[in-house]
Design a protein around this ligand. Structure first.
Ligand SMILES: Nc1ncnc2c1ncn2[C@@H]1O[C@H](COP(=O)(O)OP(=O)(O)OP(=O)(O)O)[C@@H](O)[C@H]1O
Ligand SMILES: [Mg+2]
Length: 237
């Protein structure tokens, strides 16, 4: 019995993703699967409201204990990033409760006590990727990735790097994306070719998210045309 309990405890511990003291929300089971997945390229999502944006923030915030760790989160436009409730706005709310994080409003970069950084960026125009030419990241996250050009997504793999020695060499290189279904390159890359190429898709549903009232969220989807509604409500690609 004692042995069984010990086993459960170790299994439970093994299932836990690397945590961050900066997580404001406790990850749901599907968010934990996303956060625990070790493959280089992972897509999270499907249905609307499944906790995709929060999961990307949580993923970026892992490994902040490693000095020089650098993460970046993208949306297609600056407005998409910064509107109230949007990704960067939510991030700033999350870090506002800590007084030892420095926010640089010109560079959209937060520097943590270890020296690790989380930056926000956008890829609106076809030349915007050039801004990241000299940079190097261990984590690249893209929210609503179906709005982002495939060429930009692929270019950013060249910025996913780490040194061969020192603490940063132990940090996994992670390309992480989230989206609702859309019939474009993302579907091809993950749903069609994914399993042959080691690209992982972690589906999430509205009901997986403990932070949302599913009934009111569902009610808001009733006005959509049937195809869009199936995408957003059921994560149907
Ligand atoms: N694990 C969690 N615990 C508590 N609240 C959560 C959790 N994950 C997400 N939330 C909250 O639920 C709401 C919806 O989550 P989120 O915006 O991450 O979902 P989404 O899948 O990105 O939604 P959308 O499809 O609208 O982009 C947000 O208010 C978010 O803060
Ligand atoms: Mg979102």
């Amino acid at each position: 019995m004692a042995l069984q309990e010990a086993n459960w405890e170790s299994i439970h511990k093994w299932l836990q993703p690397k945590q961050s003291e900066y997580w404001v929300e406790e990850p749901s089971l599907t968010q934990k699967v996303f956060l625990k997945t070790t493959a280089q390229e992972v897509l999270f999502g499907g249905a609307a409201g499944g906790g995709k944006s929060s999961a990307l923030l949580m993923a970026a915030l892992q490994y902040l204990d490693v000095p020089s760790y650098s993460a970046i989160l993208f949306r297609r436009t600056y407005a998409d990033l910064s509107l109230p409730g949007a990704l960067m706005d939510r991030f700033r709310e999350w870090i506002a409760v800590f007084d030892d994080i420095h926010w640089n409003a010109n560079q959209y970069t937060a520097t943590f006590p270890s020296g690790a950084r989380v930056t926000f960026g956008y890829l609106n125009n076809s030349q915007d990727y050039l801004r990241y030419k000299g940079s190097e990241f261990q984590f690249i996250g893209m929210d609503e990735v179906t709005e982002i050009r495939e060429a930009d997504y692929r270019y950013l793999f060249s910025r996913l790097r780490r040194p061969s020695t020192g603490p940063l060499s132990q940090v996994p290189l992670r390309m992480r994306a989230a989206t609702n279904p859309a019939p474009n390159w993302v579907r091809q890359r993950f749903l069609v070719e994914g399993s042959d190429k080691g690209r992982i898709f972690v589906p999430s549903k509205l009901t997986d998210n403990p932070g949302i009232d599913p009934e009111s969220y569902r009610a808001g989807l009733q006005e959509l045309d049937p195809v869009e509604r199936k995408r957003l409500e059921f994560g149907d690609w």
